[in-house]
Design a protein around this ligand. Structure first.
Ligand code: KMH
Ligand code: ZN
Length: 277
């Protein structure tokens, strides 16, 4: 089996310090939390940004500052979010690309998101795909429901995505596909040969989905964006603690953890922006 790529989704747009005081907001908090997650084994940082009061942000300057601060400490693959927060405009959602990161997320379909709608109509998805392509970043396809894999295949036909693709199965969002071994197996069987895939189990599903992926040869995303608990009733003290638990589970099954440099090779990225990793 290939080495395990651990992604840490450090803040997202929805959880707040009220849910868990460890949720990072400011560029410095995001950099410190990301660096600790990388030290714990994360090769990829999935990055949203916030205003200092915790509200979701989209400004390129905040992304740039955060990315610079992370890179001063560690050299993970940084993936800016183009999902942002529900209600952001497409222009706002692509601002993070200006930070010049190696990867960017791309959701390929609309999905209910709790009582909201995470809007990704085909023309909007195409605009974001074009923006990612223009920047030379590698997209990660965020799959909240099975049809999003088919939608990504349609974008390949249009020349807006270039295989092999990297997929992220985000399972357990209320409104999206539930987190189950059966759903994960179906999705893993549905992506084209040569693709890579990762799973992010939302909430209490974070570590059950991680365990399945570790055994199946897939990759794992953990982090406070998706889940604020280390275990039932126990808040995680940091993103790093969630990464450490995923690494510990992998260790039990003798699945080795990929360094950022190894993850770059597995994902087909050029060697790090500063040649490191
Ligand atoms: N915050 C969600 C509405 C992504 O980062 O690409 C969307 C999201 C997906 O988190
Ligand atoms: Zn996200």
């Amino acid at each position: 089996m290939e080495k395990l790529i651990l992604t840490c989704a450090v803040t997202g747009a929805e959880v707040t310090k009220k849910d868990n005081p460890a949720v990072p907001y400011t560029p410095q908090e995001l950099a410190d939390s990301s660096a600790a997650a990388v030290e714990a084994g994360a090769a990829v940082i999935h990055l949203h940004v916030r205003h200092d009061d915790g509200t979701p942000a989209h400004e390129a300057a905040i992304f740039r500052k955060t990315v610079d601060l992370i890179r001063k400490k560690v050299d993970p693959i940084i993936m800016v979010s183009t999902g942002g927060a529900v209600g952001m405009t497409v222009e706002q959602r692509v601002e993070g690309l200006e930070a010049g990161t190696e990867m960017a997320s791309l959701t390929t379909g609309t999905v209910n998101f709790g009582n909201d709608v995470f809007w990704n109509a085909p023309d909007l998805v195409e605009k974001i795909a074009r923006a990612i392509q223009a920047r030379g970043a590698k997209p990660e396809i965020e799959v909240f429901d099975a049809g999003m894999i088919d939608n990504a295949a349609a974008l390949v036909k249009k020349g807006l995505l270039t295989p092999p693709l990297a997929y992220q199965f985000v399972l357990g969002v209320p409104g999206g596909l539930g987190a189950s071994a059966r759903a994960l197996t179906f999705l893993a069987d549905s992506v084209p040969p040569g693709s890579t895939w990762t799973v992010a189990g939302v909430g209490r599903h974070q570590f059950t989905m991680a365990a399945h992926a570790i055994l199946m040869g897939g990759n794992v995303r953990v982090g406070l964006e998706d889940n604020v608990y280390l275990r039932k009733g126990v808040l995680a003290r940091s993103n790093a603690e969630l990464v450490e638990r995923a690494a510990r589970i992998a260790g039990e099954f003798e699945r080795e953890i990929a360094t950022p440099a190894e993850a770059r090779r597995l994902l087909g990225l050029k060697l790090g922006l500063e040649g490191g990793g």
